[in-house]
Design a protein around this ligand. Structure first.
Ligand SMILES: Nc1ncnc2c1ncn2[C@@H]1O[C@H](COP(=O)(O)OP(=O)(O)OP(=O)(O)O)[C@@H](O)[C@H]1O
Ligand SMILES: [Mg+2]
Length: 1074
């Protein structure tokens, strides 16, 4: 279960938002199951509960439509929720809120554009919009009939209609002035035709029918106003606490000093008899403000300055006229008191003062040709004065209306124009004492009610006929009986009254009443004093008669009926007024056919004629109704007086209206609209029904399990008989709406997200495009540069050997750098590595130099890394090189091996050490070389193993055989010796011993394994390389003792080196073959 906020009536204005528990995923089948039985889920009850609070928005949906209590209860509930509008079908009921409500804003206005009634909460705008659309799109002329008691809000409603039309046509061109004029006609007419009464501070004291003419586009292009029955008696007298027409006070409060002086007025209403009953001072402020509004309106209506002046002169003259006083002269006749009032009147009306005074005090009677002038008594004179004031004001008012009409008249006659009428007319009136005016007004309402019933029934019947649904006759109160009672020729009340007025002789109100009784007694709707029951007789005066109107019984007092109906202005006065120098006054009175002796129509006949004309106009149009109700008598907000409302409901015939409307079906809707709203309630029709809307609705009602008597299928509409059926459907819809809302939400979110995504994607693509462009530009730039570089490089390469240019210089530079870099990674690492990388031709010299440096560097490095022992080795090797290179063949093979100072094995080393420790080894002598050797005898060349030790002083030849220490054979001081070696690869060393040392022996012939090593090490000490002789001979003679030639040493080559005695007796040295 989820909590979802839904609006039960589909509108936020009509019904406050309620929270219902939505049924998650409830299928239509489940909902159907839910809605049918009484045990409906809490959801529906919840919705119904709210319906309880704010009632139904259309009375046809009222379950108990015959109950007035239920009707009023519905009104009251809504009123307390500030919902002032309710429908009965297409009739709008409006309850005056007596406080400003925020329901007329521009936003609300737009809510009603092109909306059907059921699409938005009931509103006067809905009425206006429907009428406007029927007019413009279907070319059916419209009228909006607004009725209701005084103060119920008729005029306000009519203004709202006008304002809506103005707003609705805002988009159309060239209508501003016309709209302005139409809107501004209101303050002007209200100033002259409205007054403060007990019931309404701005009570319209005339009936008004206004036509608005629209062109083919639907733009207002003109208007026409008809006015009815101005309450002119108000000009001369008002009930206490009430006021005269607004304009008197407005003029006095708002006119500037210049105008007041011209009009001879003082700005205080209490100065004038006709305006003495004044209201508090705050009113004055409003009056002054209103006066400016009136002047503004006059400007818009194009009433010229001079016309305005004349208008105000008339208003002022009425005020002055009221102050004209009479005194009785000695003959008992009236005489005007000689003060300035009558002078002011004459001046302002531009009439002859004497004639004015005469007209006010005498009367000319034309009795069958004899013209007699009779003076008037005081009462008659006062009556004449008041009659003049009333006549001037009334005619002037009518003139103003015609002046307005002239200004509102469309510029061109448009054959395609159509008209919408708005009727704002007084409602049914029942006062404790009802007079001629109430009679007229109630007659008017009777006629309008008749029209209303006829049209409503007709409409209803026509609709059924159109839709092919059987019409069941409706029983209703037909008030044609009463209308006939009033207006029937010869027998109607109007005829009787006129007859009484026109007949010769003394007709009085009572004689009129007598005639009525004679003719009408017995009529079901007429009651005379003598015919009513005793109980009523007590309540009814003898000068009264009673009519049973559709709205109830009304008792009229016949007093002043004759006088008011005659409504005659004395002929002298009429003549006088026609002669007025004030054009407007002249114009007002000139229409009267004074020359004709024929009596003008009586007031009631004039009214009847104009009323019938109005009915004719209205009948030719399609009507819409606004029925206004006043909730209380105190002009107070939030007060709902049920009794008062009940009265009005009765007078307005609303129950009758509802009954007619509910005679057939409570609800009807075009198939399309019905399907559109409820299609979600059947899987056959959701989300869209592809076939005919009618078939869709058929499927829907089947799915909703409507019973046969609950509905009918018309040609274009579905008709639902009971409100309950509709409520159940609506409730099911409200539940389903939650599910749908979820779907819509998710779809919308998806859609929204996708839109966002697409937007972002688009942006990303654009950004990418720009970035790619930027990068491509950069790359192009780079490539171009690279190409330039390459080109320059190639050119440099091509011209590298030519004369120097920038390009080849750069190329060579690069080549050098590259070569150097390459070189740096390929430098020989070892001192013996003589390789050297190839270099460009231009770098030969540098390459050579670098090679040299590098070698030096490697050598140095090598050298620095040498240990002293290694260094010694090198010195020895260098020495060896010096001594033997290219001199002795075994030299190359000596290079690789390290020279060692000690070549003795371990055993010999022990012997040596022992020897060196013996006294045979002179103290301080230093051993420099030790090795084993073979000594060959000088005779016989027998080989004998010996050890050789070389000290820094002498060469020791030692015998090691079988001893614990060496036996010294010879000690030969180094500086005395000479050494001979062959140039071959052999181990022969012939040591020449000087004579003095040869005690017994001759030269020493030995062989050692490392000849070059031994000789080099010793020489290194002796520093006497010259003692060594390398011979390149095949034979070498050696000495014996005492320098005698001893033997010969033969030198030969062989594969196997050896030293042995040859067969020749010589010593044969076999050297390795080179
Ligand atoms: N819809 C409304 N919203 C607010 N106030 C309203 C509304 N309708 C009427 N009123 C108040 O009620 C007063 C009387 O209304 P209005 O003059 O329209 O009555 P009326 O029916 O024309 O009376 P009358 O028959 O005396 O001319 C208005 O001046 C206004 O203060
Ligand atoms: Mg009004």
């Amino acid at each position: 279960m989820t909590e979802v906020s839904v609006n039960v009536a589909g509108s936020s204005q009509d019904v406050p938002t309620v929270v219902v528990n939505g049924v998650d995923g409830a299928s239509i089948r489940q909902i159907k199951a839910l809605q049918r039985p009484i045990s409906v889920a809490g959801v529906m009850e919840h919705a119904l509960q709210h319906r309880e609070r704010v009632g139904v928005q259309d009375f046809v949906l009222l379950e108990d439509f015959r109950s007035e209590a239920a009707f009023i209860d519905n009104l009251r509930k809504r009123f307390h929720e500030n919902i002032i509008y309710t429908y009965i079908g297409n009739v709008l009921i409006s309850v005056n809120p007596y406080k400003p409500l925020p329901i007329y804003t521009e936003e609300k206005t737009k809510l009603y554009y092109k909306k059907a009634f059921f699409e938005a909460p009931p509103h006067v705008f809905a009425i206006a919009d429907n009428a406007y659309r029927s007019l413009v799109y279907e070319h059916r002329e419209q009228c909006i009939l607004i009725s209701g008691e005084s103060g119920s809000g008729k005029t306000e409603a009519s203004k709202k209609v006008l304002e809506y039309i103005a707003a609705r046509t805002n988009h159309l061109h060239n209508v501003e002035t016309v709209k302005d004029k139409l809107l501004q006609s209101n303050p002007l007419l209200e100033a002259f035709g409205n007054a403060k009464t007990h019931r309404n501070d701005n009570s319209s004291r005339f009936g008004k029918y206004m036509d608005i003419q629209f062109n083919y586009e639907g733009a207002p292009e003109g208007g026409h106003i008809l006015n009815y029955l101005l309450e002119k008696s108000r000009v001369v007298s008002q009930m206490s606490g009430e006021r005269n027409f607004h304009i008197f006070y407005q003029l006095l409060a708002g006119a500037d000093q210049g105008l007041l002086q011209h009009l001879k007025l003082e700005g205080r209403p209490e100065m004038y008899k006709y305006t003495t009953d004044n209201s508090p001072s705050i009113q004055k402020l409003n009056d002054a403000e209103q006066f400016r509004t009136v002047l503004e309106a006059m400007k818009v209506i194009e009433i010229s300055e001079s016309e305005q002046r004349e208008i105000f002169e008339i208003v002022a003259s009425v005020l002055h006229l009221g102050n004209v006083k009479f005194v009785q002269n000695e003959k008992g006749y009236a005489e005007i008191l000689r003060d300035n009032n009558s002078i002011h009147v004459a001046e302002l009306l531009k009439v002859d003062l004497t004639k004015l005074r005469e007209a006010l005090t005498s009367r000319t009677i034309d009795a069958r040709g004899d013209v007699v002038n009779t003076p008037l008594d005081l009462e008659q004179a006062q009556y004449a004065r008041d009659a003049l004031a009333k006549a001037i004001y009334e005619k002037h008012f009518s003139w103003l209306v015609s002046r307005l009409n002239a200004s509102l008249a469309p510029k061109d006659k448009d054959p395609r124009a159509s008209v919408m009428g708005i009727l704002d007319i007084y409602g049914f009136e029942i006062f404790p004492k009802n007079s001629f005016e109430q009679f007229c007004i109630n007659f008017c309402n009777e006629k309008l009610q008749q029209l209303f019933i006829e049209l409503t029934l007709k409409q209803e019947q026509e609709e059924y006929l159109r839709e092919g649904i059987e019409w069941e006759p409706v029983d209703y109160f037909n008030n044609i009986v009463i209308c006939d009672l009033i207006e029937a020729r010869h027998q109607g009340i109007i005829s009787i009254l006129d007859d009484e007025c026109l007949r010769p002789g003394d007709a009085t109100d009572l004689s009129f009443l007598e005639k009525l009784s004679q003719k009408l007694d017995g009529h079901a709707h007429f009651k005379s004093h003598r015919k009513v029951d005793v109980k009523t007789q007590k309540l009814m005066g003898r000068d009264e008669f009673c009519l049973v109107h559709y709205a109830g019984e009304v008792t009229y007092n016949v007093n002043t009926f004759i006088e008011k109906n005659n409504d005659l202005l004395f002929r002298d006065m009429q003549n006088l007024m026609t002669s007025s120098g004030n054009n407007t006054v002249g114009c007002c009175f000139k229409d009267l056919n004074l020359l004709s002796k024929k009596r003008p129509e009586t007031a009631i006949t004039q009214f009847k004629i104009s009323l019938n004309e109005l009915i004719k106009i209205l009948s030719s149009k399609e009507p819409s109704y606004i029925r206004c109700i006043k909730p209380n008598d105190f002009k107070m907000p939030m007060q709902f007086d049920e009794k008062l409302v009940s009265h009005q409901v009765k007078y307005l015939g609303l129950m009758e209206n509802l009954r007619v409307r509910r005679a057939g079906f409570a609800y009807r809707r075009t198939y399309e609209a019905f399907l559109e709203r409820y299609k979600c309630l059947s899987s056959d029709t959701w989300p869209n029904y592809r076939g005919q809307a009618r078939d869709g609705v058929q499927k829907l009602v089947e799915a909703l399990q409507y019973e046969q008597e609950e509905y009918r299928m018309g040609n274009t509409k579905v008709f639902i008989r009971f409100p309950k059926t509709l409520f159940e459907t609506e409730d099911a819809f409200q539940i389903k709406k939650n599910d749908i809302a979820t779907i819509i939400q998710s779809r919308w979110r998806g859609h929204w997200q996708r839109r966002e995504y697409l937007k972002m994607r688009q942006s990303a693509i654009i950004m990418q495009k720009w970035i790619r462009r930027f990068l491509a530009q950069k790359q192009k730039e780079r490539r171009r540069k690279a190409a330039d570089v390459i080109r320059a490089f190639i050119r440099g390469f091509i011209t590298r050997n030519g004369p120097e240019t920038i390009e080849n210089r750069r190329f060579l530079g690069i080549a050098k750098v590259h070569w150097l870099k390459r070189l740096s990674t390929r430098l020989p690492k070892k001192v013996l590595d003589l390789s050297w990388p190839h270099c460009p031709a231009t770098c030969q010299e540098a390459s050579r130099e670098l090679h040299r440096l590098h070698r030096a560097h490697l050598a140095r490095k090598y050298r620095l890394a040498l240990t002293p022992a290694e260094k010694k080795q090198f010195e020895l090797k260098v020495l060896a090189e010096k001594m033997f290179k290219s001199k002795k063949n075994s030299y190359p093979s000596s290079i690789c091996d390290r020279f060692m100072e000690d070549r003795l094995n371990e055993e010999h080393r022990v012997l040596r050490n022992t020897f060196m420790a013996s006294p045979s080894w002179p103290t301080g002598e230093q051993l420099i070389y030790s090795c084993e050797a073979i000594k060959y005898d000088r005779r016989g060349y027998k080989p004998r193993e010996r050890a050789l030790l070389a000290s820094d002083k002498a060469l020791y030849v030692l015998d090691a055989a079988g001893r614990k220490t060496y036996k010294l054979k010879h000690r030969l001081p180094l500086d005395k010796l000479r050494v001979i070696v062959t140039n071959e690869t052999d181990g022969l060393v012939l040591i020449k011993i000087p004579q003095e040392l040869k005690k017994d022996k001759g030269d020493l012939i030995i062989s050692v394994s490392h000849v070059i090593e031994a000789l080099t090490i010793v020489t290194d000490y002796t520093k006497k390389p010259e003692i060594i002789e390398i011979v390149d001979t095949r034979t070498i003679a050696h000495d014996l003792v005492n320098g005698k030639q001893g033997g010969t040493i033969e030198v030969t080559h062989g594969p196997q080196p050896a030293i042995q005695r040859a067969k020749s007796g010589n010593l044969l040295v076999v050297a390795a073959t080179p």
